[in-house]
Write a protein that binds this ligand. Structure first.
Ligand SMILES: CC(C)(COP(=O)(O)OP(=O)(O)OC[C@H]1O[C@@H](n2cnc3c(N)ncnc32)[C@H](O)[C@@H]1OP(=O)(O)O)[C@@H](O)C(=O)NCCC(=O)NCCS
Length: 171
């Protein structure tokens, strides 16, 4: 069973280990997540979560409110959004359905807040496998967008499609 829980300072070694895995580097080559500084603080606009499979950490999820996020990574954006970053830590855990389950739980978490209308993700345009993963889950392409030097593709999951998918027991 997969469960999401808040990341703690005890998770920093495994987060750093995952940072050095090639598939994690490939999805986010330039970013320094600065775990020692970030994990102990808990700003209201963010959740940093560890996904556990039967108690074993297998992945990381960050959910932010992009309107409130301090660096304004998403630029000027209205309320009603969440944005998600996700990765599976170890290559041996890839492609086993864990990411799909983690994303479904993350979307449920986002849409449990009534004010949230849509969830955004911004894979690198080169990350074709992640893009396929998001499209299969039901994200819709919005636009190509440059974040800093990174060419990304922005996708969205609307509350409307979430409600129709959960109603049809698709998720
Ligand atoms: C994207 C990711 C979270 C999906 O989780 P997952 O557990 O591997 O995915 P699932 O098993 O639920 O679904 C499999 C699909 O994931 C996608 N996928 C993306 N990257 C993959 C990888 N490196 N290895 C295997 N599958 C991958 C593929 O579309 C795959 O479908 P396929 O087998 O038909 O090719 C995970 O692959 C991952 O962490 N990738 C590297 C980091 C990353 O790209 N994160 C997203 C940044 S925007």
């Amino acid at each position: 069973m997969i469960q999401l829980r808040n990341a703690t300072i005890e998770d920093i070694p495994i987060l750093k280990y995952w940072d050095n895995q090639q598939h994690v580097i490939d999805c986010d080559p330039d970013d320094d997540w600065n775990w020692e500084y970030e994990i102990p603080r808990t700003p209201i606009w963010r959740e940093q979560l560890i996904a556990e499979l039967d108690g074993r950490p297998i992945g990381f999820v960050q959910i932010i409110n992009p309107e409130q996020e301090e660096s304004h990574y998403w630029g000027t954006i209205s309320e009603g959004y969440r944005a998600i970053d996700i990765w599976i830590g170890s290559s041996t855990d890839l492609g086993k359905g864990y990411g799909t389950e983690i994303m479904q739980q993350s979307l449920a978490r986002c849409f449990s807040v009534p004010a949230v209308n849509a969830v955004l993700i911004d894979p690198l345009a080169s990350n074709v496998r992640a893009i396929k993963f998001y499209e299969r889950i039901g994200f819709t392409y919005l636009e190509d967008r440059k974040f800093g030097d990174d060419d990304c593709k922005v996708y969205s999951f609307s509350r409307e499609s979430w409600e129709s998918k959960t109603k049809n027991k698709w998720l």
